[in-house]
Design a protein. Structure first.
Length: 335
């Protein structure tokens, strides 16, 4: 189990790095960004579903306690950091890609419609919370029935969710991104399914993992030149998840550890990378005139290690009231 959790920790960091890199190509078209956006968001939900199964496996789930913890970790940072960022975003609106106005309507709308948030990547937080709510309801029902769904029922459920993913029109403008939660429920459930039935075992052999990684990587590169559709998007997302799983297994097999130092800070990197990138790209570009590659490198560097330093600072101040309060606003339990 420790091996599997180590691989999932790697996937957390890997997915976060993909987000940071994808957000570093400011107003620049790139095949790298197109490749990353094939699968990095589905990978996040897959990992979340996988870890949900790990956290409840063999235990009696307490829905209220579980969801309260998830609300503190996900919704508290969503509302608190969005509020704290709203005023600076208004004051510096002239430097931003999406200017906003200083009024209560704008403030309320950016909270209840996550894709309008002052930090564009924060839409993920309420979306994931609703998926946890759905998962807790489903798991509680299965516990009451004292019945573990067989493979056929689980496969049928995955098929229906995949169908909803393809058929349901996706909208960026729904209340608390409910439609987005339904759209990504397939990947969350897939992670739960893979964890429940230990489907990653087929990657145990090093040659198998390496072969799967190369095949999936090749398919994702070919996918860059394929006409986009909802069905191809689903296939490429699954291909990217499979490639990431194989990469995680290889990372563990070869005893690599160069990303391990980022694992405890991965959530902090997600929350704060946009702030550092806004400073290093959107504002710095207004006053300096370096080549585009310089700003991209700086955005990646500050997007990763700026929040990493924030995490270290919060950890060092964990015994103080202020430190615990700031850690709470950042969804961290540093006790």
């Amino acid at each position: 189990m420790k091996q599997k959790i180590a691989e999932i920790s790697f996937l957390h960091v890997f997915a976060i790095l993909l987000v940071v890199i994808g957000h570093s190509f400011f107003q620049t078209e790139s095949l790298i960004v197109d490749w990353i956006y094939q699968f990095h968001v589905p990978l996040f939900f897959f990992v979340s579903g996988y870890l949900f199964n790990v956290s409840v496996q063999g235990r009696k789930l307490q829905p209220y306690v579980f969801l309260r913890r998830k609300a503190v970790r996900l919704l508290l940072p969503y509302f608190a950091l969005s509020t704290l960022l709203f005023v600076p975003k208004v004051l510096l609106s002239q430097f931003m890609v999406r200017p906003i106005q200083a009024n209560w309507s704008e403030y309320v709308l950016m909270l209840i419609y996550p894709y309008r948030n002052v930090n564009g990547s924060y839409w993920f937080l309420p979306t994931l919370f609703f998926l946890f709510v759905f998962a807790v309801i489903a798991f509680s029902l299965s516990q009451r029935l004292q019945h573990r769904a067989p493979h056929t029922v689980a496969c049928l459920l995955l098929f229906l969710l995949a169908l909803a993913n393809i058929v349901l029109p996706f909208s960026h403008d729904t209340l608390f991104n409910i439609v987005g939660a339904i759209h990504y429920a397939f990947y969350f459930s897939l992670g739960h399914f893979v964890s429940s039935f230990r489907l990653m075992r087929f990657l145990d052999k090093e040659k198998t993992a390496f072969g799967v990684f190369l095949l999936a990587l090749g398919a994702s590169i070919i996918g860059l030149n394929v006409n986009k559709s909802l069905l191809t998007d689903l296939f490429l997302a699954l291909d990217g998840i499979l490639m990431s799983l194989a990469l995680a297994r290889l990372y563990e097999k070869y005893g690599l550890c160069f990303l391990n130092h980022l694992s405890p800070a991965s959530y902090t990197i997600y929350l704060y990378h946009g702030i550092f990138q806004a400073l290093s790209i959107q504002m710095l570009m207004r006053f300096t005139h370096f080549c585009a590659g310089f700003y991209m490198f700086l955005a990646i560097l500050t997007g990763v290690y700026g929040p990493f330093l924030v995490y270290k600072l919060l950890y060092s101040c964990r015994n103080s009231r202020l430190g615990r309060f700031l850690a709470l606003l950042s969804g961290l339990n540093l006790s």
